[in-house]
Write a protein that binds this ligand. Structure first.
Ligand code: NIG
Ligand code: FE
Length: 389
């Protein structure tokens, strides 16, 4: 592959403090050289080495590609009616998931994959170059395993979420469903996933059930992440920390002890403002988590129920407007924070050696992602060294 010089970048976010200013490692009048799938060089345009090809950024800003560490893209069907009902005042409940389960089970493999690729393309156009996605709308051994197989054709960050809700087929016997998830279903799904997740919430799985499921997953070589404290206070965050989960996701309703546990752990607090936006719920308090010393990630939670957005720029804007984050903190959380939530060191930054994933913004700096909400600022994307948008 030829080397590519991207030069004349007005503000470059490297996320490496040794390369530039502040937590974002900001460089002005910068250039990046891509060699194959990797970043080979980063520095001032004036010092840039020669390359086989050159691309003039014409004064645009550049950021590492967004790392969306939480999505639910293996689904079929639509929940417009439920959204409308919510906007008329009905509360969001975990039970809405059942509508999507019925539609997903009825879909062909081709339809599932077509839906997935459609939303992935949408996310890429908005600068997302790494994404995680989950099963969780099949809830039978066959349907969960096929969702993971389809996901695995498009990303390495695949999460088994058989414990999204108790399958409607087991409504009268949740304990038997936990047995299925930790037995036959896990056996069939573990080879196709890197992570295991549980929706630990009233109406889904309680703390003991979640511990049983995550522990069984760990024994099969899967690493935990947890849907925790979304709809109310509960044991999810403490369990995530106890099991060294890579991430506790949502973190909307936290006690001081929850915040303290996150701050003294390697577990990232992944905040999903699209969900609070689309369910008209209280915003997660990012400021409280950051001030306590927790690592915060931002992600879309893209799913047809609680958060039907694939847009990381939208999440950045919400986090700045409503969750007490500065634009710098939000951009870090949407890139390096997402990488931390996936325990990845190759993405989320633009040090030499990083995966060559970056997005150019039609703006003089990354701050415009929040300053100009709703505007499609992403004008070019490289993913693994290849121009993708
Ligand atoms: O993360 N909280 C659980 N799961 C999803 C919602 C899924 C749905 O409503 O279909 C979430 O918000
Ligand atoms: Fe989710």
């Amino acid at each position: 592959m030829p080397t590519t010089l991207i030069h004349n970048i007005t503000t470059l976010v490297t996320n490496d403090q040794s390369l530039g200013k502040g937590a974002l490692g900001l460089l002005q009048d910068a250039a990046v050289v891509l060699d194959g799938t990797r970043v080979a060089w980063v520095g001032p345009t004036a010092d840039a080495p020669a390359a086989d090809e050159a691309y003039d950024a014409e004064g645009r800003a550049a950021i590492p590609g967004f790392v969306d560490s939480h999505s639910h893209l293996l689904f079929a069907g639509d929940r417009t009616q439920e959204f409308n009902a919510r906007m008329e005042g009905r509360p969001y409940e975990a039970g809405g998931i059942r509508t999507t389960v019925a539609a997903t089970r009825a879909a062909t493999d081709e339809a599932l994959e077509a839906n997935l690729t459609r939303y992935l393309a949408e996310a890429l156009r908005q600068g997302t170059t790494t994404f995680e996605t989950k099963s969780g709308y099949g809830l039978t051994t066959e349907d969960e395993a096929r969702a993971l197989r389809v996901a695995g054709r498009h990303t390495d960050e695949v999460t088994f979420l058989g414990a999204h809700i108790v399958s409607p087929d087991y409504a009268d016997d949740p304990a038997a469903y936990v047995d299925l998830v930790t037995g036959e279903m896990l056996e069939a799904c573990a080879p196709h996933a890197r992570w295991i997740d549980v929706f630990c919430e009233k109406g889904a799985f309680d703390g003991d059930q979640a511990r049983t499921i995550l522990t069984a997953g760990k024994a099969k070589g899967l690493h935990p992440r947890v849907h925790a404290n979304q709809l109310g206070h509960g044991p999810g965050v403490q369990l995530a920390v106890e099991l060294d989960a890579a991430s506790a996701d949502h973190c909307t309703h936290l006690t001081d002890a929850d915040v303290d546990a996150l701050a003294h752990s390697e577990t990232v607090a992944t905040l999903l403002p699209g969900a609070e936006f689309s369910t008209r719920a209280q915003w997660p308090d990012a400021r409280r988590l950051l001030d306590a010393g927790a690592t915060v990630a931002l992600s879309t939670d893209c799913n047809p129920g609680s958060s039907f957005t694939s847009s990381m720029p939208f999440c950045v804007a919400l986090a700045v407007r409503d969750m007490g984050m500065t634009p710098d903190e939000a951009v870090w959380a949407a890139t390096a924070g997402g990488a931390a939530a996936l325990r990845r060191t190759d993405v989320g930054h633009l040090r030499p050696g990083a995966r060559a994933d970056l997005a150019l913004l039609d703006a003089p700096s990354h701050v415009h992602l929040a300053y100009r909400p709703g505007v499609p600022l992403v004008s070019a994307v490289w993913r693994e060294g290849t121009r993708a948008v």
